[in-house]
Design a protein around this ligand. Structure first.
Ligand SMILES: C[S@@+](CC[C@H](N)C(=O)[O-])C[C@H]1O[C@@H](n2cnc3c(N)ncnc32)[C@H](O)[C@@H]1O
Length: 617
């Protein structure tokens, strides 16, 4: 039995029809129970209408929850950590009244040993719309980036570095339409960028050797503050779309509807009962008078965050709001800090002398008092060790697990283990559910676009297809959905013409002409993503240009960047496209020209019937 949760044991799967029991807050503590509502939801709505996904390396389920809220049916969530799976089960297999489709299988498994085929047999499913997850990359954070001692060819073997391959093994087996890997921003530079390149390159080539389409992969960063999370947190997403499916994800995620951007820390936690260090109960009533004053003070930002993000009306008790004890010396040091100040600043600007015994030069910013008016510092798993960088803005103590969970945008009904160390680790490791919901909604938009032919191709877009077709036709390339052997050669000729221009001539090229070349590029290389046109990394590789009809243009395509898949000879065209886009000379639809890509995929016999275009916004 895991501390903090009654009525559930570890190591067993909570699948359809398995008997599960409510968490301790429920009426029928420890009694086997299956809700009729859950049964109906699963039998009727869930299986037929909702897109499906798996969450690999799911932790306690921050990413899972966001996917559920975005309308996904999570068929399986897998992690080997006992506390993580117990927490996920307690909250997301049996959400009490949260109105979400429950996770079908919360599995405690080591993903390096558990085979995709075993999962398929266990859950009776061999395909899924999306696979999401955050394979850890600690193995790379230990790789030295500069002195070469554990870098490049001398990189020492570390199995943790290859966990992403286990994620890709599942992608290869289940061939989802979309996959998303979430990771720390540091993977861009870890081991000199090698890891970031490898993940993208291997994902792009998945299954190609056996004639499968492979994936169109690109990286994009997400900013929690812009997505309504009261926290400074930037993370890296690696997104793959199966190559037989047309469409591009645009680089900016939209915040989930339940939130607004730029919520500050004060609005998110200021209604919670006041505590002294070492005090608090694991479950207690809210302070309703304080909540009222809080909402009067912070207005709509607080109301929206409390009711829609934290869903405070779905629970009557506040849980995990227990402050860790601190030594008298630490408490005296905390009291020396002003709101929003760290110890380095207090020493430098106000000459404050701290008592802490750490080396004052290397640990100078060790103590930080957060500010109500700004986003909180990044919540990290290290919070489980000490809370010195997370001192409450106005109270003399560090943040409680509930406060950290709120900063991560977990709803108040989501309970964490009572053991503070476990709770902080799970919270710090999690993808904030609001970010996950934004990611899930972007995947949903994308899938809807690909599933509903014609729906997203409004009149304006239809006219545009005709214009582009006419322009390409004028150049002898293609008509919509109708291609000749020569058309690819003609497209290559157009591309070759602009590829040979020097920088000045390229800059001077009229927009229409540049666009024709750019669209010829997307037509010939529909497996590239425009987002990758500026992030190539260093390594190059030689590929066989199978789709070319004429050896004349091979040099344009055969030498490619390993990270982006972008041909080296066309790099400057990608940069020029972005330059024009940022000057508003090119629109979204010009840069992400799905019509040209769609035409290119059709020419390769790729898109399945029913797949149309999707430009998510
Ligand atoms: C960064 S956390 C994921 C957090 C999660 N995405 C969330 O939103 O809550 C990484 C997780 O990978 C899990 N993990 C690491 N190696 C694993 C393995 N071999 N098999 C299964 N899970 C593993 C860890 O237990 C940890 O929970």
């Amino acid at each position: 039995m895991v501390e903090g949760f009654d009525g559930r044991t570890n190591g067993h799967d909570a699948g359809y029809g398995s008997q599960v029991s409510r968490p301790t807050s429920g009426r029928t503590e420890g009694v086997p129970w299956v809700s009729l509502g859950r049964y109906m939801r699963e039998k009727t709505l869930v299986k037929k209408l909702m897109p499906t996904c798996f969450d690999l390396f799911c932790g306690c389920g921050g990413l899972t929850l966001g996917m559920q809220r975005a309308g996904f049916h999570v068929l399986a969530a897998i992690d080997y950590d006992t506390n993580a799976i117990a927490t996920l089960r307690a909250n997301l297999v049996d959400q009490q009244g949260a109105g979400l489709a429950p996770v079908s299988h919360a599995l405690q498994r080591d993903i390096t040993r558990f085979q995709p085929a075993e999962l398929a047999t266990l859950i009776g499913v061999s395909n899924v719309d999306a696979i999401v997850g955050g394979p850890p990359c600690q193995g790379f954070s230990t790789a030295r980036q500069v002195d070469g001692a554990n870098h490049g060819a001398r990189l020492k073997p570390d199995p943790r570095r290859n966990l992403y391959r286990n994620f890709l093994r599942y992608v290869d087996f289940f061939q989802p339409q979309v996959f998303v890997i979430e990771n720390v921003l540091g993977i861009r530079t870890a081991a000199g960028g090698e890891y970031f390149t490898r993940v993208q390159k291997e994902a792009r080539e998945l299954g190609r050797a056996s004639g499968r389409p492979g994936y169109r992969v690109h990286g994009q960063t997400e900013d929690a503050w812009e997505l309504g999370v009261p926290q400074k947190r930037r993370r890296q997403l690696i997104i793959g779309v199966r190559n037989d499916i047309p469409g591009y994800f645009l680089p900016d995620l939209k915040p989930a509807q339940r939130t607004q951007t730029h919520v500050c820390l004060g609005a998110a936690i200021g209604d919670l009962p006041v505590l002294r260090a070492g005090s608090g109960q694991d479950e207690r009533d809210y302070d309703l008078a304080l909540r009222k004053r809080h909402i009067q003070k912070w207005g709509d930002a607080a109301r929206k965050y409390l009711f829609e993000v934290l869903e405070i009306n779905r629970t009557t008790k506040v849980t995990n709001h227990v402050a860790r004890p601190h030594s008298d010396r630490d408490l005296r040091d905390f009291a020396r800090l002003r709101e929003g100040e760290n110890s380095a600043r207090a020493m430098r600007l106000r000459g404050i002398a701290f008592e802490f015994p750490y080396d004052k030069s290397s640990f100078k910013d060790r103590y930080t008092r957060q500010s109500r008016r700004y986003p909180c510092s990044t919540i990290v798993a290290h919070l489980s060790k000490d809370g010195l960088m997370f001192i409450h803005p106005t109270q003399n103590r560090s943040l409680t697990p509930r406060e950290a969970a709120r900063v991560q945008s977990f709803p108040d009904w989501f309970r964490f283990p009572t053991a503070r160390t476990h709770a902080f680790r799970l919270i710090g490791n999690a993808v904030p559910p609001l970010i996950a919901e934004a990611v899930g909604s972007a995947i949903q938009d994308f899938l809807r676009g690909t599933r509903t032919p014609g729906v997203s191709l409004g009149t304006r877009r239809r006219e545009r297809v005709q214009t582009i077709s006419a322009s390409l036709l004028g150049a002898g390339i293609c008509t919509r959905n109708k291609f000749t052997l020569n058309s690819r050669v003609d497209a290559a000729r157009i591309l070759d013409n602009i590829a040979r221009l020097d920088r000045r001539a390229l800059l001077a090229l009229p927009t229409e002409e540049f666009l024709r070349g750019w669209h010829a590029l997307l037509f010939l290389l529909p497996e590239l993503h425009p987002n990758n046109a500026r992030d190539h990394g260093e390594g190059v590789e030689t590929v066989v240009a199978t789709q070319l009809m004429s050896p004349d243009f091979e040099e344009l395509f055969t030498t490619r960047y390993a990270r982006s898949g972008w041909p080296v000879a066309l790099e400057h065209i990608g940069r020029e496209a972005w330059r024009r886009y940022e000057l508003d000379e090119l629109s979204d639809e010009d840069l992400y020209c799905v019509e040209a890509q769609y035409a290119g995929l059709t020419a390769q016999g790729r898109p399945k019937s029913g797949h149309h275009r999707a430009l998510t916004r």
